[in-house]
Design a protein around this ligand. Structure first.
Ligand SMILES: [Zn+2]
Length: 96
């Protein structure tokens, strides 16, 4: 098995640690969105409602865009001397 697998949500390329709380997903939103995609897929297969599928794909794509922007914001913060740990503290409101 790959020692650094990527997130199980399609479209997410983040690495996942095997001891991650959300394994095989990188974090809770990927886990939740992927579950919604599976739910929607079952509904689409049963009912043929393709609009539901389009909507859940839009949701997943929006999460991927958020992750890209979050990473870009982290890189921009690092450029001015903020560490990844400090960035997490800023996001969580736990920084000093
Ligand atoms: Zn992910």
């Amino acid at each position: 098995m790959d020692s650094n697998p990527t997130c199980a949500r399609e479209g997410c390329a983040r690495y996942v640690k095997s001891d991650s709380r959300f394994f095989p997903y990188c974090f809770k939103l990927c886990q939740l969105v992927d579950a919604e995609m599976s739910d929607a897929q079952r509904v689409v297969q049963a009912t043929g409602n393709s609009e539901l599928w389009a909507a859940v794909v839009t949701l997943s794509d929006a999460l991927s865009e958020y992750q890209r922007q979050d990473y870009a914001a982290l890189r921009a913060a690092q450029d001015v001397g903020v560490s990844p740990r400090q960035y997490r503290e800023i996001k969580r409101g736990t920084g000093t």
